[in-house]
Design a protein. Structure first.
Length: 316
């Protein structure tokens, strides 16, 4: 799969296109993307997913209202690569572009730049300035062009799936529902940084993970995770890597100085390599417990032993 970040690099001939933010690349998105790939295969065309970065709401909304995201750009591209799409075009979203009328977006970008012969959209798709364009208007806009519209009924899913619903589930600690809507275990990726090394002194060395500020972290607590070391975009190249562990997200209660913001630490089972500075990908499979307050190190250590046993029993 090719990824384009500069629209001037494009040299497409005839394509099948879909467009959207695709935050999380959840089950609904995947249904849409499969349809794009099927149409492209049927007509011997290239399949293209046009996505926007930064997320439009993080550009247009106030800082207080801008949503945290289910995926970083690298995570999104890696997930789109698994969908069967031939090409991904990352379009820079800014306030100037947000003023583009719906008909100009279709004629100049979808048809003009991406050379689309088919445009595939969900029945509730909106686009253009103030999200004023919809599927009905899209049909009117392209009536005088050769572009054909295919509408996918995403209501065929068992439940209403949206990025917002997944965010809410994660923040409430309902990892099972979030993962069902995503179609895969929620991913957190980032760089391994040095921490205070408290875990090492009590037999639970941890890798501290730094993630982008825009990334949504689920409810504080302990999670069972599958782990891959390496860049998120190279997940497909790490098939033989089978690490598991337990991850903590939250403010730690046993420190002399309380954390200002939630921390991410992961204890890897049967692993003792030095990985500072490396990228790591965590797949959250189960939520084990809430964040608890401990009066001392002994209480924390005893609970960590119980957590590790519970998780290792799951993998047995």
């Amino acid at each position: 799969m090719a990824v384009y970040t500069d629209i001037r690099e494009l040299n497409f001939d005839r394509t099948v296109v879909t467009a959207g933010s695709f935050d999380g690349v959840h089950c609904g998105h995947r249904m849409l993307l499969r349809h794009v790939a099927d149409v492209a295969k049927r007509h011997c065309l290239r399949s293209v997913a046009l996505t926007f970065w930064p997320h439009p709401q993080r550009v247009l909304a106030s800082p207080e209202e801008a949503p945290l995201l289910l995926g970083t750009l690298d995570e999104r591209v890696a997930l789109l690569a698994q969908s069967g799409i031939d090409d991904v075009v990352v379009f820079p979203f800014n306030t100037v572009f947000s003023q583009t009328p719906a008909n100009d977006f279709v004629s100049e970008i979808i048809i003009g730049k991406l050379k689309a012969k088919y445009f595939v959209a969900g029945q509730d798709h909106h686009f253009g300035k103030d999200r004023s364009g919809n599927v009905q208007q899209l049909s009117e806009i392209v009536a005088k062009s050769n572009l054909q519209i295919e509408v996918v009924d995403l209501e065929m899913c068992d439940r209403k799936i949206s990025s917002s619903a997944i965010r809410n589930a994660l923040l409430c600690g309902d990892l099972n529902s979030a993962n069902e809507m995503l179609g895969y275990p929620y991913i957190i990726s980032g760089k391994v940084i040095k921490g205070n090394q408290l875990g090492r002194t009590i037999g639970f060395p941890t890798a501290n993970i730094k993630t982008p500020a825009c990334k949504l972290l689920p409810k504080e607590g302990v999670y069972h995770v599958n782990v891959k070391i390496g860049e998120v975009g190279k997940i497909g190249e790490m098939k033989n890597q089978k690490l598991t562990g337990m991850m903590f997200i939250g403010k730690r209660s046993v420190l002399k100085q309380e954390d200002i913001k939630p921390q991410i630490e992961v204890h890897l089972f049967h692993f003792d390599q030095q990985i500072y500075g490396q990228e790591i990908v965590l797949s959250l499979t189960h939520r084990i417990r809430n964040n608890l307050k401990f009066e001392n190190i002994t209480q924390l250590t005893e609970q960590l032993h119980r957590d590790r046993k519970k998780i290792m029993d799951m993998d047995a």
